[in-house]
Write a protein that binds this ligand. Sequence first.
Ligand code: FAD
Length: 279
Amino acid sequence: MKPAAFAYARARSLDHAIMLLGEHQGEAKLLAGGQSLIATLNMRLSSPSLLIDINGIAGLDSLSVKNDMVEIGALTRHVTLERSSDIARHAPLIARAMPQIAHPAIRNRGTIGGSLAYADPAAELPACLVALDGAVDISGPQGKRSVKAEDFFKGLFETSLGPHDVLSAVRFPAASARTRVGFAELARRHGDYAIVGLAAAAKASGEGLSDVRLVYFGVGEMPIRARKAEAVLAAGSVDDAVSALDLDPPDDIQATGAVKKHLAGVLLRRVATQLMGTA
Ligand SMILES: Cc1cc2nc3c(=O)[nH]c(=O)nc-3n(C[C@H](O)[C@H](O)[C@H](O)COP(=O)(O)OP(=O)(O)OC[C@H]3O[C@@H](n4cnc5c(N)ncnc54)[C@H](O)[C@@H]3O)c2cc1C
């Protein structure tokens, strides 16, 4: 199918993009990598009257590590993160997740901002950002604000972005010597969206772990923390953590809720060995 007709504008700056969004009152969409948006246009699930291309906005694809924080511009492409030595060193969870996202052709164009703004419940990066206790920077008509990742995701493909907002950057603490991360997902074929996935972060503490964050994707409308299992895993028992898994996944086209819950336990065992440094 072909998309419905739309106009095209190339934003020169964040302010220009915000102005164009305001002028078109909910009828315009931002175009980043286009890897999700163009498919929805082609299937006529969305028919905006204007596409605002943000690819020409200078500085939106920056990547820096300063004051123990990693900051990634919204337009940074998946492939850049996958190949970055800074990401490998300071954001090992993102480095582990990256090869699981789609296929190389999609990673060449897709952006971190587009992935977070799209908020697919089975996507890797939203869960990683929650696991890293990160935040997103949002620019809108009222200026700039920062929203914690846990508050940013509101529901199925729903975020706290307003209709005239642009997600401009992502920030999270850089890994320290005590940081432990784990990542695993199950998909029918490599590169498919996950049936269930788990992004995790913790701090090494003596022989065990503290500050455990277990964030599942593909098990609900948005990234979901398994808080009871986090507490039990920090206390040391993987078997008890699996029994304590506080998830209630709904059925979807990939699997029943019961199968997903079982797979969530399988992933927890795999990720626990990564967190404990035994994998
Ligand atoms: C076959 C296929 C398989 C895929 N598999 C996976 C997968 O396994 N895991 C995964 O995570 N993703 C997967 N994707 C999606 C891919 O990662 C996309 O790149 C990503 O979801 C969207 O990023 P984008 O830059 O292409 O955004 P676009 O498609 O350009 O935009 C997506 C949405 O976000 C909005 N948007 C974009 N940038 C901003 C911004 N800065 N501020 C506010 N709103 C913005 C757009 O208006 C649009 O509504 C897959 C895609 C395809 C086609």
